[in-house]
Design a protein around this ligand. Structure first.
Ligand code: PLP
Length: 388
């Protein structure tokens, strides 16, 4: 009954595990959930108030498919001031979160016979969306510290390469591609006329250096790049479903046409809220990033003290990416079986690396209060010691 396309689709591993945890919790079992990439903070008050105002004012009709003009203007201003890229509002599309925009971008740019370069470990949504566009993901396996380089990309390029996918800071490794390397990648993309899709959703969650947008490195690379970002992570707005993409008009217009026949754009009220996220005070965002940095430092130090776990100090995003290879043995041959046992016996939920094409690894989300992290780390330690 179902199509081959849908039968091939892998469900979101993150949401599947989260669902399992929620049903355990509903049965009264205490589980520390360190899976989801979702800030535990509530959306800042001034943003929530803007949404309430939109409802009270009756701003409740269909919004323009490409997004409300004021929001596109605010995004253009943000991209100019914070990222150093100049876009017109007509080169911007607002979507139902970054995920939907990535989907439309792959649908608009890729078809059968095309290849997309993806660094691995990676977020499995990219792979599934590339396959839904009937293109082939070409994965570049990265070793710690998981830095993608122009050299590696070049080795995987051929006449079929249509898109280079960049995600810096990256999910799940937190790795940041530095400016010098981005310049080399830009050069390569220009020489080969390959399109760059740059998912910058974690740009504000960066702890040691400043984020650099590849499209800011010159007009030629800007003409080949679609910059994608959203409000979920930076403004704790996961449930509002707002993202944006900026790039060459033909691509943006194709994405708008696709939205016109699928989503009809995103929620009008959420767009007013997003507008206030950009135009209002940034203090809450700065406070949130400061808190994530404290948690990152805490969890890195705490995990290093557990024998068998090797955490890599993440530069961005909110996942402590750890090797558990030393803990795999006859009993637990894969991170999948190890994580299942950790949930069953240790009552801690983490996502197995397999979901990120990283067997032998686990990303531990630190988008949780320090008290939960402390409890989670304590339980992981107890579980490992109990298994010796
Ligand atoms: N891009 C990356 C790398 C992500 O990790 C996520 C969410 O986990 C998204 C995009 C999706 O974000 P949104 O909520 O804007 O759809």
């Amino acid at each position: 009954m179902l199509t081959k396309r849908i039968l091939r689709l892998q469900p979101s591993a993150t949401f599947a595990i989260d669902g399992k945890v929620k049903s355990l919790q509903a049965a009264g079992i205490s589980v520390v959930n360190l899976t989801l990439g979702e800030p535990d903070f509530v959306t800042p008050k001034h943003i929530r108030k803007a949404a309430i105002r939109a409802i009270t004012d009756g701003f409740t009709h269909y919004a323009p498919i490409a997004g409300i003009f004021e929001l596109k203007e605010a995004v253009a201003k943000k991209l100019l001031v914070e990222n150093g890229i100049s876009y017109q509002p007509s080169e911007i599309v607002i979507g139902v979160g970054t995920k939907q925009l990535l989907y439309s971008a792959f649908q608009s740019l890729c078809q059968k016979g095309d290849e997309v370069i993806v660094a691995m470990p990676t977020w499995n949504t990219y792979i599934e969306q590339i396959k839904l566009a009937e293109a082939a993901p070409v994965c570049i396996p990265l070793l710690p510290p998981f830095k993608l380089t122009a050299n590696m990309i070049e080795k995987h390029c051929n006449s079929k390469t249509k898109v280079i996918l960049l995600n810096s800071p990256a999910n799940p490794t937190g790795a940041v591609i530095e400016k010098k390397e981005l310049e080399k990648i830009a050069q390569l993309a220009i020489e080969r006329q390959i399109f760059v899709l740059s998912d910058e959703i974690y740009e504000k969650l960066i702890y040691e250096r400043k984020h650099v947008s590849i499209a800011s490195l010159g007009e030629k690379i800007k003409d080949l790049t679609l910059t994608i970002n959203g409000f979920s992570k930076s403004y704790a707005m996961t449930g509002w479903r707002v993202g944006y993409a900026a790039g060459p008009k033909p691509i943006v217009e194709a994405m708008i046409a696709l939205a016109g026949q699928t989503t009809s754009g995103t929620c009008s009220i959420s767009q007013k809220a997003a507008l206030h996220a950009l135009s209002g005070s940034k203090k809450t965002v700065e406070k949130m990033v400061g808190e994530f940095k404290k948690r990152r430092n805490y969890i890195y130090t705490a995990l290093r003290q557990i024998q068998g776990i090797v955490p890599y100090k993440t530069e961005g995003a909110f996942y402590a990416f750890c090797s558990i290879e030393k803990l795999l043995n006859q009993k637990y041959k894969t991170s999948q079986t190890w994580c299942e046992a950790l949930l069953e016996k240790g009552k801690v939920a983490v996502i197995p690396g397999e979901a990120f094409y990283a067997p032998g690894f686990i990303p531990i989300s630190f988008a949780k209060p320090i008290s939960d992290l402390r409890k989670g780390v304590g339980r992981i330690k107890k579980f490992i010691e109990g298994e010796k």
